[in-house]
Design a protein around this ligand. Structure first.
Ligand SMILES: NC(=O)CC[C@H](N)C(=O)O
Length: 321
């Protein structure tokens, strides 16, 4: 079915979502990374990027927060660009784990496999793959440039977060070396872990994440800068990964109730992609027990359900003036 939604309708529903969800007190800030525990829990923003580059911003959409696991999507795109879809499948995989993001058991259950670049194991493995292998500075440059192209503007390292996370990432250190044991780390394991920790510590805004999501929705062309960031054929690969594991062990419930591939980070950010229609991001620090922002989920779900949207609905959706 053809479905038309006007920009004013979308703005109205996004505003409604903001008002409805604003007072929600559910969830709590991540506290296993000390820096995140102290972020103002009342911050909240919703941002949408349309395919013509128009954006809708409500609330705290300019506040820079820790990108955390949302960066796994960006770096997955980078290795897809550098290696192609088949090699990423062979070297990491694209399977949902059904387990928490930092699960070590998931690595063992998947027969020594990191499963997907969107959990910690696969993300550390992805950082090890980033070219040029062996050169930490150049790898970092490639990671940051790729995020900058996807967002249309640069992220900024939150040094205090990077230090806080480096001082406490013992579980991730185990993951890096366990993967090394299984030949699933393709560079120095400590370097890969450091790059992963640093990319998680990048400060980003909801506005930037909406544009990155918009770039994926727009098949690799940034809707704002018009730059082709990645090949169109990679877009469905990345959205399939996001939909199967974007909310970890809650991914199935999320797809069933909200109908949009979305990726979370423990900094409170969520980035969601409705292919061909829009990228939507939300930010609010308090998390549920799987590490997904409570208010961000409620806001995006509200917008999707109120407008009757969903990737599985079979509608051809156009946004009109
Ligand atoms: N889910 C997340 O956002 C986790 C990211 C965090 N840097 C970690 O590795 O634990």
């Amino acid at each position: 079915m053809d479905k038309k939604i006007s920009i004013s309708q979308l703005k109205e529903v996004a505003q409604e979502a903001y008002e409805q969800v604003k007072g929600n007190t559910g969830g709590k800030n991540a506290d296993y990374i000390p820096y995140l525990a102290n972020i103002d829990k009342n911050l909240f923003g919703i941002s949408i990027c349309l395919m013509n580059g128009q954006t809708i911003n409500i609330g705290d959409t300019d506040y820079r927060f820790g990108i955390e696991s949302v960066s796994k999507v960006h770096t997955a795109i980078l290795i897809l660009r550098q290696y192609g879809a088949q090699k990423v499948l062979d070297m990491i995989g694209a399977d949902a784990t059904g387990l928490p993001f930092n699960s070590i058991i998931a690595i063992l259950l998947e027969n020594d496999h990191p499963s997907t670049p969107l959990v910690n194991a696969g993300a550390i493995s992805a950082c090890s793959m980033v070219e040029p292998v062996g050169n930490s500075d150049k790898k970092w440059e490639a990671i940051v440039q790729n995020i900058t192209d996807l967002c249309g503007s640069a992220p900024q390292l939150i040094d205090e977060l990077y230090k806080s996370e480096t001082a406490t990432n013992f579980n991730n250190r185990s993951i890096a070396w366990l993967l090394k044991n299984y030949n699933r780390i393709y560079d120095n394991p400590d370097m890969a872990l450091d790059l992963y920790t640093r990319q998680c510590s990048l400060g980003i805004t909801a506005g930037q994440l909406a544009i990155a999501a918009g770039t994926i929705a727009n098949s690799g062309v940034n809707p704002v800068t018009k730059k082709e960031v990645f090949e169109a054929s990679l877009a469905p690969k990345i959205t399939s990964m996001i939909s199967t594991v974007g909310f970890y062990e809650h991914s199935g419930d999320w797809m069933y109730t909200a109908g949009i591939p979305a990726k979370s980070g423990v900094g409170g950010g969520v980035m969601s992609v409705l292919p061909g229609v829009f990228g939507a991001a939300a930010f609010a620090p308090p998390l549920d027990e799987a590490g997904n922002s409570v208010k961000s989920q409620l806001a995006i779900k509200y917008i999707m359900n109120k407008l009757g949207l969903g990737v599985f609905n079979g509608d051809r959706v156009t946004i009109v003036e």
